[in-house]
Design a protein. Structure first.
Length: 464
């Protein structure tokens, strides 16, 4: 056992007792959503930000070792009171927790801050900067740099380690049979995500559909993954291309919902039932049933096991659409970004989803194009960015209107910081990009020259 792993405090087991309630009717499948409905006065924002760790020469950091992720987690534990967590007693450390926030590990040793549920973007800003400072303090002595990019700029897949989380081993074997870039998704991508509350079924599904329609636009505006294996790639977002070659039954824009007027929880459930499963858990052990749809499992069971409510809750976490419905609405479509720019992503969604007028305006705007309109240009969007035409207008123009709707929504929310500024200030980096008709990726590439200091310059320009 590496000394850095041994030095961490004994991890707390993160697994929760399974819900063994037998599934026997459709209403049970809707219960998670109904039980999660929240009064508007209690709406919160939870932001998740992933980033890559590299050494000064661009080498990807590993899971363990003297300058690996475990060494970083040890520093966070020693200096800042984060507690180590594992899946089973005595198992490997896979996350850290402190209060309502957690730090988790993606399959290729990417670190993710899963922030606490917070009242406004000002609190999200403070949490982001505190996390950034804590990471800096424990990483600098180790010579580790953290990059806010959507795709690893230097590493080949065979140069990356695997985090020993139980379901990752199942995903590693199964997902490549469903999509040729699945392992890239696991090991070489990073995102900015945000979680939102909903008041009732109508509110949840309106927010889901607006966010799904926004997702390709936001992805193009914030494209930030122009590198591939130590060189400039062919696309502004290599990560965006990865998600176009993933298991279509569990990812994408959920085509089945676009043609339904006023979709329901049940319509989302119907989509989720068709996706292949990874595993179920029985008596503390994993039972692999990869590829069986949840619908078939519900009807026929698997090797003598009948479907339980805990299986359904687990299954919902293994679905990766651009926007995911669980106990919150998770908006998932943007490349990872440096900390300051990353705040524009949840600010945009907050201004639209948490203001009723803005939500209606966004619905009306985004209803002007179809699923086919978007699907036809997705590959072009991740390659060329927002200059691409969508339904007779550039995605840049669609983005400009969305940003203005969000800006006014944030002004109406009127949540102010100590300096008296409202949350619209976090849209200013996006406004600058739109004004210059550029993307984060193009700014990264501007004036970047090949040579002996290329890696050093890429690290400096993309520092989280």
């Amino acid at each position: 056992m590496p000394k850095d792993r041994a030095a961490l405090p004994m991890p707390v087991t993160t697994s929760t007792p399974p819900n063994t309630e037998r599934l026997h009717d459709r209403e049970q499948l809707l219960s998670l959503f109904r039980q999660s409905e929240t009064p508007e006065s209690d709406f919160l924002i939870g932001v998740e930000a992933e980033k890559f760790g590299v050494l000064a020469d661009g080498t990807a950091i590993a899971y363990d070792g003297e300058r690996g992720v475990l060494a970083v987690l040890q520093g966070l534990s020693d200096k800042f009171g984060w507690a180590a967590d594992s899946e089973v007693p005595g198992g490997p450390i896979i996350s850290m927790s402190r209060g309502q926030a957690s730090i988790t590990l993606e399959p290729g040793a990417q670190i993710e801050l899963s922030g606490a549920p917070l009242s406004d973007m000002h609190a999200v800003h403070d949490e982001t900067w505190a996390h950034r400072d804590e990471l800096r303090q424990v990483s600098e002595p180790l010579g580790i740099h953290w990059l806010g990019l959507g795709f690893h700029p230097f590493a080949r897949r065979d140069e990356l380690s695997w985090v020993p989380k139980q379901r990752y081993s199942v995903m590693k074997e199964y997902l490549p049979t469903q999509g040729r870039r699945s392992l890239d998704m696991m090991q070489r991508t990073a995102t900015v995500q945000a979680n939102y509350d909903f008041a009732d079924e109508n509110d949840a599904m309106r927010k889901l559909m607006v966010s799904l329609r926004m997702s390709p636009i936001v992805q193009a505006l914030m494209a930030n993954a122009p590198f591939l294996e130590g060189a400039v790639g062919e696309r502004l977002s290599e990560r965006g291309d990865v998600w176009l070659h993933m298991d279509p039954s569990r990812s994408g824009l959920i085509e089945s919902l676009w043609s339904i007027e006023g979709p329901s929880y049940g319509d989302y459930v119907d989509w989720a039932l068709g996706a292949g499963m990874f595993l179920i858990k029985r008596d503390g052990k994993n039972v692999h049933n990869t590829g069986q749809s949840f619908r078939d499992f519900l009807d026929n069971g698997f090797e003598g096991h009948c479907a339980e409510l805990g299986d359904w809750h687990l299954h919902l976490t293994t679905l990766f659409p651009e926007v995911r419905l669980k106990s919150t609405l998770e908006v998932r479509g943007a490349d990872s970004l440096p900390a300051g720019l990353s705040l524009a992503v949840p600010a945009l969604s907050t201004g639209i989803l948490y203001d009723s007028t803005a939500l209606s305006e966004a619905e009306q705007l985004l209803g002007k194009f179809s699923f086919a309109d978007v699907q036809d240009i997705r590959a072009e969007l991740v390659t060329r960015g927002p200059g691409v035409q969508l339904a007779g207008r550039s995605v840049q123009q669609w983005g400009q209107e969305l940003m203005e709707i969000a800006r006014v929504g944030l002004v109406r929310r009127d949540r102010r910081n100590a300096e008296g500024r409202d949350e619209s200030l976090y849209l200013e980096p996006l406004a600058s990009l739109l004004s210059d008709e550029t993307t984060p990726a193009e700014r990264l590439l501007s004036g970047l020259e090949s040579g002996p200091r290329w890696v050093e310059e890429v690290i400096a320009r993309s520092s989280y």
